[in-house]
Design a protein around this ligand. Structure first.
Ligand SMILES: Nc1ncnc2c1ncn2[C@@H]1O[C@H](COP(=O)(O)OP(=O)(O)OP(=O)(O)O)[C@@H](O)[C@H]1O
Ligand SMILES: O=C(O)[C@@H](O)C(=O)CO
Length: 415
């Protein structure tokens, strides 16, 4: 297996899977470390963790466990550590501590950190990360509830998270070509992690071509896509993609993200034909009971059900003031987990889910631990199939306004 990947959240894992499957790779995606090596043939394996917002030492231990499985059981030639294209983290971690631990474990003296994802507007210049046309620190990510990104200089951000040096593979080196990139990498001090500038996708291909056989890479999904492209240009068989039979599908939409884009997507869906139920944290006492109540209310008008907690920031703040930030979030997550489980038992089998934490809850509720990548609806957002269930896990800010309907259409379900 050429690439063994560790993703720090579920939507990020499916994002990476989509970008590698696009290049024809056979991708095997697992939720957590599998009990034993899977029998299917794969060029790349992704282990999805939920390690972005946990204590750094726990994130390190889970990531080392995944790396050990990928190297020892799957014989992965390289390890890829996938984190967010907006470098979501705090000064305590978890990107730096996990990178330090993987570098020590794999005995590598240098690696790269390449979060950029130009197709989704995440670009880096001189180590500064932009979201569309704004610096990271001026984007909505500066107000992220768990990982507010207030410093756009990723060299400086990673420098605060690790003990070793942090350098830069600048756009100037990339424009000079693969040899200049390789030289920058090789001349960097031992122990360095080099942040990669990227304005357009071909910049990533230059970096991949310059550094084709590192034991350890790290970044967003687009760098993984570039490595997959390089691998495929060396003659891999095309991988197949899972396809759905629309006649057998019963769709349902869950939205628990509060991001600006998901808010637009919910508003767009509400203006169309959906059977919508809004859920509030204060109303959830027993998640299983709330889930059954919601399921009893839907399905009367023949439209696709959409159950959403997504609310304006003022309403979220009100719920947080009443219950506390942790309690209000946990209630909604427990609700979506119970709802996924109950909806599956009721025969729903195509789940459109918005939000990283919400996706984690839905996957837990569905009880799936292994997924096959299907068609991509928006850059980095593919349908996936597991044990007769279809699911699409959308990162909060991904997709355009019509995403929910686009996703259904992609499976052949008209509105
Ligand atoms: N109305 C609400 N009141 C209180 N908490 C809410 C409300 N709606 C959502 N939440 C909580 O906000 C968090 C949203 O996290 P989630 O990761 O699903 O979305 P996101 O952060 O926008 O997505 P991503 O991580 O993909 O960018 C969850 O913990 C959810 O329970
Ligand atoms: O890289 C991204 O932006 C996403 O894959 C992500 O990590 C979602 O949380």
């Amino acid at each position: 297996m050429f690439l063994g990947c560790i993703a720090d959240d579920f939507t990020g894992a499916t994002d990476l899977g989509a970008l590698m499957a696009r290049e024809g790779l056979r991708v095997s995606l697992h939720v957590g470390v599998p009990q034993s090596p899977p029998t299917e043939v794969a060029d790349a394996m992704i282990i999805a963790l939920k390690s972005r917002n946990i204590a750094a030492d726990e994130a390190v231990s889970q990531s080392l466990g995944a790396a050990s499985f990928l190297r020892n059981q799957m014989r992965a030639e390289s390890i890829y550590f996938k984190y967010c294209s907006t470098f979501d983290s705090t000064d305590k971690g978890n990107i730096g501590p996990v990178l330090d631990a993987l570098m020590a474990e794999l005995d590598v003296s240098r690696t790269i950190a390449s979060p950029g994802f130009p197709e989704n507007g995440r670009r880096l210049f001189m180590g500064h990360l932009f979201v569309q046309d704004r610096l990271l620190s001026e984007s909505s990510l500066a107000r992220h509830p768990l990982t507010p990104m207030t410093d756009p200089d990723i060299v400086r951000v990673l420098g605060r998270q690790r003990t070793g040096p942090v350098g830069l593979i600048s756009k100037l080196a990339i424009d000079s070509g693969a040899d200049a990139v390789r030289q920058t990498f090789e001349e960097a001090a031992s122990g360095s992690v080099l942040i990669c500038d990227v304005l357009q996708t071909p910049d990533l291909d230059v970096v991949a071509a310059a550094l084709p056989k590192l034991r350890l890479y790290s970044g967003g999904s687009a760098m993984g896509g570039a490595l997959a492209r390089l691998q495929n240009s060396q003659g891999l068989e095309q991988g197949g993609q899972a396809a759905a039979d629309p006649a057998t599908l019963r769709p349902i939409i869950f939205s628990g993200s509060g991001s600006d884009m998901t808010q637009s997507q919910v508003r767009h869906a509400l203006a169309g034909n959906v059977d919508a139920v809004q859920i509030k944290a204060v109303d959830i006492v027993d998640p299983a009971i709330s889930a059954r109540e919601v399921l009893a209310r839907i399905g009367k008008n023949g439209a696709v059900p959409m159950i959403y907690a997504t609310a304006y920031p003022g309403d979220v703040a009100e719920a947080q003031a009443a219950l506390g930030v942790t309690e209000s979030g946990e209630r909604i997550e427990a609700f979506f987990e119970a709802l996924a489980s109950a909806a599956r038992a009721d025969g729903f089998n195509a789940f459109v889910v918005a939000g990283g934490e919400t996706s984690g809850s839905a996957v837990r509720g569905l009880g799936i631990d292994h997924m096959q990548i299907g068609a991509e609806v928006a850059p980095g957002v593919p349908w996936m199939q597991a044990d007769g269930v279809w699911a699409i896990l959308k990162s909060g800010n991904f997709g355009t306004e019509s995403f929910f309907f686009d996703a259904l259409e992609k499976l052949g379900i008209g509105q």
